[in-house]
Design a protein around this ligand. Sequence first.
Ligand code: ATP
Length: 295
Amino acid sequence: MTVRVPAKVNLQLSVGPVRDDGYHDLVNVFHAVSLFDEVTAEPAGDLRISVDGPDGVPTGPDNLAARAATLLARHIGVEPNVALHIRKDIPVAGGMAGGSADAAAALLACDALWDARLDRGALLELAAQLGSDVPFALLGGTAVGLGRGERLTAVEVTGEFHWVFGYADGGLSTPAVYAECDRLRAAGEEPIAWPLVSDDLMTALKTGDAGALGRALRNDLQPAALSLRPSLGDALAAGCDLGALGSIVSGSGPTCAFLAESAGHAADLTGALTGTGRFAVVRSAHGPVPGATVI
Ligand code: ATP
């Protein structure tokens, strides 16, 4: 059973103050893009994980796909005896929710393998227990996520948008970026945001206006990511100099997302950004695309 699952970029990531439970209230506008991991589930004598792709992905019980299989098995009352093979194309610790994507894919693959036939609501509930970004990887498309990001509402989008993603050499830890965001705010260097969904962003998506979308991109974690990785500032500026309609750090970074006018423009921008030598890898993609899908 093989499931293909997309990466996400955040079109809006507004971060409220820290709550009593340690989490932040978020307004998160997720957008699924055509960079995919694949997770294959096969019957086995115990739970095994293998990974094809970059270093840095755990192959033990800490792998989010393994946690997803274990959670589903417990939920339906079977042993988590499955071999999960992950083919990674989504950058690791890149702010594109690759681990969450693999968890969503493993849920769907094991649901099919074990013939559990859980409905969408039950799968989304298990997904939310695994992490704030996991439900969106099941849903795909474009969606507003409230709460910790897991309370999702689909957003109407006209047409598709063309993107270029610049991957950095090393990842950034999501908790470290949130901690830096809190530190900058406590030091008075960044304002505390009270998150609201951006009307300009919703209009740009509804009308399919790439120029307006480029102007509406917003990520409250960007100052923290730049503080931890100052070279990202020049990388984002390079994209704008080369004609991107908008440049933003994806989620907690360090992947940089650049919006292009068209598929052709994205191809040109991919070449130009590769030529700057600022990124380990530069890839083009389009969005929105569907969420985790059995193939
Ligand atoms: P997000 O955008 O959701 O904050 P991210 O894209 O920055 O996440 P991930 O690639 O999801 O980061 O990985 C973060 C960490 O999670 C990795 O450094 C790794 O140790 C761990 N991890 C666990 N399972 C996986 C997986 N299947 N793929 C990648 N990383 C995983």
